[in-house]
Write a protein that binds this ligand. Structure first.
Ligand SMILES: [Zn+2]
Length: 392
């Protein structure tokens, strides 16, 4: 499979290459014209779509990635301003959407005889790469910044990767690892292998709706890799004539770090990098998104939007996902619900729209969630009476 540039359409035959000469990210050029929902090789999970992926393993542990539930979240319809579905990616093996790209990336590297994989991450992607790598017996280098909270380091370290703490500009590290990987296959946030695996989330969503098509898909945007992957999948499904019209792609950022939303608002052709401010949605705190321009195109060319939401709105949406839908989401994922609330007030979406919000990661890893707790005191002596009173 060749790699191709989304922007200038230059082609490259070496899959070691990750970015185009023009500076933009590459993705795999996949012929999906023969793809169909019938006769797929697996019942569920990432490898169900192996026909359109650059790797295809024997049945193994990476089969745990994908196959996440699509939940009809009726009790959030009013707040979201649409008929809402939640794609709960928190139910992947390490609790985030990252397991899809990690499974394809590590499998590809293993098949190519690489002993090492690596990633630049201090969150979900680091945990995911380390977990998939160790399950396949491949070594994994995780590059983290010097200042990283102990609890998060522990979450990564449990999977026993080689953890390298790096001094210097952590944002620049992404680019430098692409050029200087040596014997290590780096699967970073928007590299071709990760985007290839990540696109399976959109295949699953569209297969769930087939032969209908949802009106829109809403997801958080950080590096732009996930947004690119969803866009790529929709284009491939259109090539396969399984959908006629691409669902709109609505992307949401935190207002604390929203370079892509700023470019969308101002009508700019490309994303200007910014310095991130503190945010409760730290998983999407990326001021220098390497696939920012590609994500911007994904939103514009599908008649979608890129919007940003306040810290208060993110906390409110996190609480509502749990209390009204039973979904424990990390704040970085709850931006989707906050974004829908904002878009509906602006008239960008309507109550009859069928919209899928991708909840990218579980909230179970979060140690500082701000919840108002109320309890009722009862005594064992009056148990029966108390329970009767409560159930009135
Ligand atoms: Zn190019």
């Amino acid at each position: 499979m060749d790699l191709v540039c989304h922007s200038c359409e230059s082609r490259f035959t070496s899959t070691n290459r990750k970015r185009c000469a023009c500076g933009e990210p590459l993705w795999f050029d996949i012929d999906s014209t023969q793809f169909d929902w019938t006769d797929l090789p697996r019942t569920s999970g990432v490898w169900r779509y192996a026909d359109v992926l650059p790797a295809d393993p024997a049945e193994d542990v990476t089969a745990g990635a994908g196959g996440t539930p699509l939940i009809r979240a009726e009790r959030l319809d009013e707040y979201a301003g649409c008929r809402l579905y939640v794609k709960d990616e928190g139910q992947n093996p390490t609790g985030s959407f990252k397991d899809r790209g990690s499974s394809v990336g590590v499998t590809y590297a293993d098949d190519a005889g690489r002993d090492w994989v690596g990633t630049v991450s201090h969150g979900n992607m680091a945990m995911s790469m380390a977990a998939v790598a160790t399950s396949k017996g491949v070594n994994c280098a995780v590059l983290v910044p010097v200042r990283i909270p102990e609890t998060r380091l522990g979450l990564i370290a449990q999977y026993d990767p080689e953890i390298l703490t790096v001094t210097g500009d952590y944002g620049q590290l992404y680019y430098d690892t692409l050029d200087a990987d040596g014997g290590i296959e780096f699967v970073n946030s928007d590299t071709p292998l990760r985007v290839a695996g990540q696109k399976t989330v959109a295949y699953e969503i569209l297969e769930s709706f087939a032969p209908e098509t949802p009106d829109a898909i809403v997801l958080p945007v950080s590096s732009g890799g996930h947004a690119s992957a969803v866009w790529k999948a929709l284009r491939e499904l259109r090539d396969a004539t399984l959908i006629e019209k691409l669902p709109r792609i609505h992307l949401v950022q935190t207002a604390a770090v929203d370079p892509i939303a700023q470019a969308f608002r101002t009508g700019a052709d490309s994303v200007e990098f910014i310095d991130p401010s503190d945010t409760v949605a730290f998983s999407i705190s990326n001021g220098s998104p390497p696939s920012g321009n590609r994500a911007l195109r994904a939103a514009r060319e599908t008649n979608g939007t890129v919007t940003s939401v306040s810290e208060e709105a993110i906390k409110e949406a996190t609480r509502r996902l749990a209390s009204n839908a039973g979904v424990c989401a990390e704040p970085a994922s709850a931006v989707t619900l906050a974004g829908l609330n904002k878009l509906s007030q602006a008239g960008e979406i309507t109550p009859n729209d069928e919209i899928v919000a991708i909840v990218t990661g579980t909230g179970f890893k979060e140690s500082e969630i701000d919840i108002d707790v109320s309890t009722t005191d009862i005594s064992l002596a009056n148990l029966k009476k108390s329970l009767e009173e409560i159930a009135v």
